[in-house]
Design a protein. Structure first.
Length: 282
């Protein structure tokens, strides 16, 4: 047991180290873009001591003593070299020590909307997956739909919609659905409407069942959620009452035992359906 704990601890440390290395590599390779917020420091230059500046839409910044610089698609190291070269060319500093820190990665953002606890925009720092962002947003709300939609734009192509089944992702563990996100992605988790199904008669907990509209419930599940049949409940002669469009009422008689045994197909219930379980008189 002690050996297993030590191994688990070492794996955790190794994973953390690899994660830090990956993030450091991302920061160094990141291409600066519009709306990114930079903090620039140059030793021995008071005008550039901890200056925060946001990159403009055309990918440029303007600094005291330096002027306008085009930074789009440059890394932080390249920006540091550029500022140092300008200062030396103008003979302002002999050997400038320049540091650039990216405070906000605004050009690497995704949007999360719908049934999560903290909807909004999130930065992509390093490799970020769908579940990473949902975790940052505090997880799903109870009324989350059973589907997730990722809207992704590609240059010169129409917006693509990636549909992901929530149950396959979170319960069935299909890791291929936990897709890496790209800048500009919009993740939509629709709010699911709660509807009522009614089960009355010889069941242990008669009344209304609240179910998600997108989550289909069949008659076997509905009776089970109502506590099952009482000792005097009858499997045969069970009635489903359904109001059709236009207000007409439809009554359907089913035998639950035949459905359970597979002799008859199960019946998917709809919003407002009323299931009535008969009671044996004997």
């Amino acid at each position: 047991m002690k050996t297993l704990r030590m191994a688990a601890g070492l794996l955790f440390i190794a994973g953390a180290v690899l994660g830090l290395r990956a993030q450091d590599r991302f920061v160094r390779e990141y291409k600066i873009g519009p709306k990114d917020l930079l903090e620039i420091k140059v030793q021995e230059v008071p005008e550039l001591a901890g200056l925060s500046v946001r990159v403009s839409e055309d990918g440029s910044i303007t600094l005291p003593l330096v002027g306008n610089l085009k930074l789009a698609e440059m890394t932080k190291d390249e920006v540091e070299t550029l500022i140092a070269r300008v200062l030396m060319d103008r003979k302002l500093v002999k050997n400038p020590q320049v540091s650039v820190f990216i405070k906000e990665y605004q050009s690497q953002m995704v949007s999360l909307i719908g049934a999560v606890n903290k909807a909004g925009t999130y930065q992509l720092v390093g490799r970020v997956t769908l579940l990473d962002i949902i975790s940052q947003a505090g997880g799903f709300k109870e009324n989350a739909s059973d589907e997730i939609f990722v809207l992704r734009e590609a240059e010169g192509a129409p917006t693509a919609t990636i549909r992901i089944d929530l149950e396959d992702l979170t319960i069935n563990g299909r890791q291929e659905l936990n897709i890496p996100l790209q800048p500009g992605d919009v993740i939509n988790i629709p709010v699911d409407e709660m509807v009522s199904i009614f089960v009355f008669g010889a069941v242990r907990n008669p009344g209304a069942l609240q179910v998600k509209k997108s989550k289909k419930i069949n008659i076997v599940q509905a009776v089970a959620q109502a506590g099952g049949l009482t000792d005097s409940g009858k499997y045969s002669g069970m009635m489903i009452k359904r109001t059709l469009p236009g207000g007409k009422e439809e009554n359907r008689i089913v035998d639950l035992k035949d459905i359970i045994k597979g002799k008859k197909p199960n019946i998917v219930l709809q919003e407002g359906d009323v299931v009535f379980v008969k009671e044996s008189i004997w």
